[in-house]
Design a protein around this ligand. Structure first.
Ligand code: GLN
Length: 295
């Protein structure tokens, strides 16, 4: 069989499998992309390489390896886990079952963070704390784009932090970013110009309805309690002791939670408060200015 034929068969196989699509899914299943990424990894090439080598034969051994990967995908394992990495912000992040796989929509948080960094006076050093960092995707993307800022990344999970550390060491020039194992601000001292977070925000009762591959991700990175806002509430209260006046808090959340979060932020004296849409046009990130007043 030629490479093109093998890819066609792999795509057809994944297309025919009926993965349940949950309401909350942030992206549609993409059988052609999944089939191509898996085949490219077997043939140690990329998607462009597949196109160039379309007419070449695939050996029996390679076909067998590919079939094994397709089977894992059919069992509901996500492609990022099978490959061990996920592209985010043009960078290749190592992922493991200990961390949430970085989602394309979370690039909205990076974009919003960059806009805030760029509004700070260039003469002032900028310190940034990324809470619930997981794989380190947000912290590393920001530091990669703006190497002059000082970035701290924290997570409650030592296993997740080890993944973040590894990604930081691989993707950033030294000294890179600093990592801190901490339950939100518990072990954080000092103040920052910017605090970012993609905390768990899925309501507990929604978790069993998520796609199998999402349910296999760490519950710690998804479960935000009864209304999904447990961590967000703690963050916006405690962040006031860790932001400089004029600093900004940026959080990712579900579009349906934006109104409630806006009210919480307003009640805690944050302003201005803005919502930023994700790739599908839904508000996904909320930014809040800390005025320095504690009301
Ligand atoms: N948006 C994520 C999802 O795919 C949830 C991520 C989170 O809770 N931070 O379900």
């Amino acid at each position: 069989m030629t490479l093109g034929e093998v890819l066609g068969a792999g795509t057809a196989l994944l297309k025919a499998a009926s993965f349940p699509i949950p309401q909350e899914a942030q992206s549609e299943p993409a059988p052609a992309l999944d089939a191509a990424l898996l085949l490219a990894s077997v043939l140690k090439t990329d998607r462009t390489g597949l196109i160039l080598r379309e007419a070449e034969p695939v050996s029996a051994g390679e076909l067998q390896q590919y079939t094994r990967l397709l089977e894992r995908r059919l069992q509901g394992e996500c492609v990022a886990w099978i490959l061990g990495y996920k592209e985010f912000w043009g960078l290749s992040f190592t992922v493991s079952p200990e961390v949430l796989v970085p989602r394309p929509d979370t690039e909205t948080l990076v974009e919003a963070g960059l806009a805030v960094i760029d509004r700070l006076p260039a003469t002032e050093p900028c310190t940034l704390l990324d809470l619930c960092t997981g794989s380190g995707a947000v912290a590393i993307a920001l530091k990669h784009e703006r190497p002059g800022i000082e970035v701290y990344a924290s997570d409650i999970s030592p296993a997740a932090l080890a993944v973040a550390k590894g990604n930081g060491a691989r993707l950033l020039p030294k000294p890179g970013m600093y990592t801190i194992e901490s339950d939100l601000f518990h072990r954080i001292t000092g103040r920052f110009h910017i605090i970012t977070a993609n905390p768990p925000y899925v309501p507990s009762a929604v978790i069993p309805t998520l796609a199998l591959e999402v349910r296999r991700e760490p519950r710690l990175s998804l479960d935000g309690g009864a209304d999904g806002l447990d961590l967000i509430r703690r963050i916006l209260v405690q962040a006031k002791a860790h932001l400089y006046p004029g600093g900004t808090l940026l959080m990712e959340a579900d579009p349906g939670q934006m109104q409630a979060i806006t009210e919480l932020l307003r009640n805690h004296g944050y302003r201005p408060i803005t919502r930023i849409p994700d790739l599908s046009g839904m508000p996904r990130v909320i930014t809040a200015g800390f005025t320095g007043s504690d009301s």
